[in-house]
Design a protein around this ligand. Structure first.
Ligand SMILES: *[C@@H]1O[C@H](CO)[C@@H](O)[C@H](O)[C@H]1NC(C)=O
Ligand SMILES: *[C@@H]1O[C@H](CO)[C@@H](O)[C@H](O)[C@H]1NC(C)=O
Ligand SMILES: *[C@@H]1O[C@H](CO)[C@@H](O)[C@H](O)[C@H]1NC(C)=O
Ligand SMILES: *[C@@H]1O[C@H](CO)[C@@H](O)[C@H](O)[C@H]1NC(C)=O
Ligand SMILES: *[C@@H]1O[C@H](CO)[C@@H](O)[C@H](O)[C@H]1NC(C)=O
Ligand SMILES: *[C@@H]1O[C@H](CO)[C@@H](O)[C@H](O)[C@H]1NC(C)=O
Ligand SMILES: *[C@@H]1O[C@H](CO)[C@@H](O)[C@H](O)[C@H]1NC(C)=O
Ligand SMILES: *[C@@H]1O[C@H](CO)[C@@H](O)[C@H](O)[C@H]1NC(C)=O
Ligand SMILES: *[C@@H]1O[C@H](CO)[C@@H](O)[C@H](O)[C@H]1NC(C)=O
Ligand SMILES: [Cu+2]
Length: 677
């Protein structure tokens, strides 16, 4: 580890003075990040991001064209290798383009770097779009988003594209400037729509270590920590957040300090109203709540026990349960407590015992981290991991704990994933015995739960295990009941990218096979997603993957997200399939056992509801898929009904995405179904 001021700050911890915080802040606002790179003899601050895959394309044969040029700052000066020159557009708010002809058609463009003007902080590019083209007429959007406004080197990485032209388009209040631009060439990854498709990349102003999907807008709300590229230990009282809107193709950013909460390494649960309840982390007692009705944050009650790396889940009665979290606020004694949204207060339930779910991690502050929690019937919580031992927690009165059996055949699976892909059926997979420096496993188990306190049924070595060893990976369940798994590493090394897994895979359940299903590799991509990365299912049935890093000058920061489009949305030639459409869904909240009516534009074969997800540190206790039994109504048209499962807690209260699938397995865009306690 490089000795630097950041490490010193980490150890200063909670005693760090406020003055030092403001100094540090000033440093960041100026873009004077600790790591630098040499560009034509100038030390340029970097954000310590891995460069796009491949090598820079030689610039001597480039032909370039800009929409405007300020006096003496020509387009060509953006790549003349002279550190005292730059291209500057006219001082205008209209979008400015720089279009580069790379001279030949067979480049595999994998990304670019952009160095802003270094002599002063001016004409910085924030919002931008990046297109490529083979003919300078048809442009493909490969990346877009917002860069943090400072003088550090900017970067965009995307799935390698065969192209001859690249265009960067950006608008800013006073025009834009570029001192240096480099474009990278890599190896083309053969497109194969049967394995899905990657892109576009969404450039973000911060590393999204945590995120949730807004149940009203479908936006991804992501956040880092106090800083956009770094965290500090000890109270900092604020968080950098970003909001991505896929429909508008917009990325905004906002510092949230109204809840005085550094929401780095928190617990997250989306409650029955769709509010995102974020607990603890760096500011370990705090609760911050994102109100999806007005897109504002407000303060929730303080937890009784201070926590970081805890897990939380919504309960069948609408309250929120939390347990574990010794990464912050002291080691051990992190028993359960519950939050009541009506009183905005927490209450301890010591009978839900964290000591029963400890792993053997050699670092004691890790043993109760990131529990795999599933709210279930009668206010219960099933804990499927990462400890080999599984438990039932009861949340009435002062709480209870009962053993649920062992995930036999597996060991402790720190930073593994657990996904309820169908009511009562959980796929638990990957992870490693210790949190760090420990080899990951391919192991997968199907864990089936029924009545509270009953031993769970475990199908060992599901699908004969994953194709790749993974820890620090992320997963989402898809409308058809398959589970998409992405990223991770062979050995868990926080803030390092060695032995990263670049090929995602899919679990397809098959109850007729004694191994429970099969694993299939999907299309490889080029952006590493390991420690501190996330994945979320979106309303349109695609997947957002993003983040990784947040460690200052560590070379592992990923200020982006990328969209994965599953094969079920693609034709053989890669163009989009025609999707079925949900025309109407019976409105208003529904309860356990209620009937939902819907109409569609075409014949439907199956349907499912998937609870909106939130994720950080491999934990997503919010997502869950309920396979529903679709009945076609008598008479005319495409009118259907289905029932919400009869026992409250199976379909945990909250917002769900309803997807209908046609005979080809193509899902619709979702519509909301709101289940309440
Ligand atoms: C530009 O590069 C030269 C070396 O090529 C270096 O001496 C000089 O300091 C650099 N100028 C700036 C402004 O960094
Ligand atoms: C770099 O640009 C400056 C300003 O135009 C010019 O004076 C200088 O000679 C250039 N340096 C080189 C090495 O071309
Ligand atoms: C800039 O690029 C965008 C995207 O290709 C295009 O729509 C727009 O017309 C271009 N603007 C100009 C002035 O060429
Ligand atoms: C651009 O114009 C604005 C408004 O007239 C002015 O305040 C600003 O200084 C100008 N910026 C540059 C780089 O000339
Ligand atoms: C692009 O990638 C392909 C591999 O798919 C490789 O054969 C080709 O040489 C690459 N082109 C360039 C210019 O590097
Ligand atoms: C959430 O937003 C809605 C809509 O603006 C508002 O009526 C409600 O009071 C907000 N809830 C809280 C707890 O702030
Ligand atoms: C589950 O077991 C615990 C501990 O034995 C017990 O206190 C609790 O009442 C049981 N819950 C149910 C629903 O049976
Ligand atoms: C369950 O796992 C724990 C911890 O690994 C072990 O001590 C215990 O013997 C196991 N129990 C059974 C029945 O396998
Ligand atoms: C059952 O699934 C396993 C794992 O995918 C596979 O190897 C095996 O061939 C399957 N068996 C049958 C009978 O299909
Ligand atoms: Cu963390």
């Amino acid at each position: 580890m490089k000795p630097d001021w950041r490490v010193a700050l980490l150890f200063l911890g909670t005693v760090r003075a406020a003055r030092e915080m403001s100094e540090l802040e000033a440093l960041y606002q100026e873009g004077t990040t600790p790591d630098t790179t040499d560009v034509d003899g100038t030390k340029v601050a970097t954000l310590s991001q891995p460069l796009p895959q491949g090598k820079p394309i030689p610039r001597d044969t480039w032909q370039v064209d800009c929409t405007s040029e300020a006096d003496g700052h020509t387009c060509k000066q953006s790549f003349d290798g002279n550190n005292s020159t730059y291209w500057q557009s006219l001082n205008t708010t209209t979008a400015q383009n720089i279009t580069i002809n790379l001279g030949k058609a067979d480049w595999n463009i994998s990304g670019l770097t952009v160095v802003p003007r270094q002599d002063q902080q001016a004409a910085l590019i924030e919002e931008h779009q990046i297109f490529v083209s083979t003919n300078k007429e048809d442009w493909t959007l490969v990346a877009y988003g917002t860069w943090w406004p400072d003088k550090s080197q900017k970067l965009s990485a995307f799935q390698p594209q065969k192209a001859q032209y690249l265009r960067l388009s950006a608008s800013a209040p006073n025009g834009i400037a570029i001192q240096d631009i480099k474009i990278y060439n890599s190896v083309y990854i053969q497109a194969n729509p049967a394995l899905g498709a990657w892109g576009p990349t969404i450039d973000l102003p911060l590393v999204p270590v945590s995120g949730a999907v807004d149940v009203q807008t479908g936006e991804v709300v992501g956040w880092s920590s106090w800083g956009y590229n770094i965290f500090v230990e000890g109270k900092s009282g604020k968080t950098q957040t970003t909001t991505w809107n896929g429909g508008k193709q917009s990325v905004t950013r906002r510092t949230v300090d109204e809840t005085e909460h550094d929401m780095f390494c928190p617990g997250i649960s989306i409650d029955q109203d769709g509010k995102v309840i974020v607990t603890g982390g760096v500011d370990a007692g705090q609760t911050s709540i994102y109100n999806t009705s007005n897109h504002e944050w407000y303060e929730g009650g303080m937890m009784n026990t201070f926590r970081g790396y805890q897990a939380t889940t919504t309960l069948s009665d609408g309250r929120i349960f939390v347990i574990g979290g010794s990464w912050n606020g002291g080691v051990g004694l992190k028993n359960g407590e519950v939050y009541n949204p009506e009183t905005n207060a927490w209450e301890k339930i010591n009978g839900a015992q964290a000591s029963k779910m400890l792993t053997d991690d050699q670092r004691t502050y890790r043993q109760d981290n990131h529990a795999w929690l599933f709210g279930w019937t009668g206010g219960s919580v099933f804990q499927a991991g990462p400890s080999e031992m599984m438990n039932w927690f009861g949340t009435s009165g002062s709480g209870t704990t009962a053993p649920a059996g062992n995930r036999t055949g597996d060991k402790d699976a720190m930073c593994g994933n657990a996904v309820m892909y169908e009511q009562g059926k959980i796929l638990g997979f990957g992870g490693s015995p210790d949190y760090e420096n420990s080899e990951a496993t391919k192991y997968a188990a199907i864990i089936e739960i029924g009545k509270v306190n009953e031993t769970a049924k475990v199908t060992q070595n599901a699908g004969d295990g994953m194709q790749y060893k993974r820890t620090f990976h992320s997963s989402v369940v898809l409308p058809d009941g398959t589970v998409f798994v992405h990223g991770g590493q062979v050995v868990g090394l926080p803030f390092k990218e060695d032995q990263a897994q670049m090929t995602p895979e899919l679990f397809t359940p098959d109850p007729s096979n004694s191994s429970g299903g099969k694993w299939t590799p999907l299309l490889t991509n080029t952006i590493v997603r390991v420690y501190h990365s996330i994945a979320l299912l979106l309303q349109d049935g695609t997947v957002f993957t993003g983040g990784g890093g947040l460690c200052g000058d560590c070379e592992a920061n990923h200020f982006d997200g990328q969209i994965y489009t599953p094969a079920y949305l693609l034709k053989e030639d890669g163009s989009p399939r025609t999707r079925p459409t949900i025309n109407t869904v019976s409105s208003g909240p529904v309860k356990a056992g209620d009937t939902v009516e819907l109409t569609t534009d075409s014949d439907i074969k199956s349907a499912s509801i998937i609870r909106y997800g939130s994720t950080t540190h491999t934990v997503n206790t919010d997502q869950r898929r309920i396979a529903v039994d679709l009945k076609k109504a008598d008479g005319d048209g495409n009118k259907y009904t289905f029932l919400i499962p009869g026992e409250a807690g199976v379909a945990l209260p909250g917002y769900y995405m309803l997807f209908v699938l046609n005979g080809d397995g193509t899902p619709s865009h979702s519509k909301n179904v709101h289940v309440v306690a």
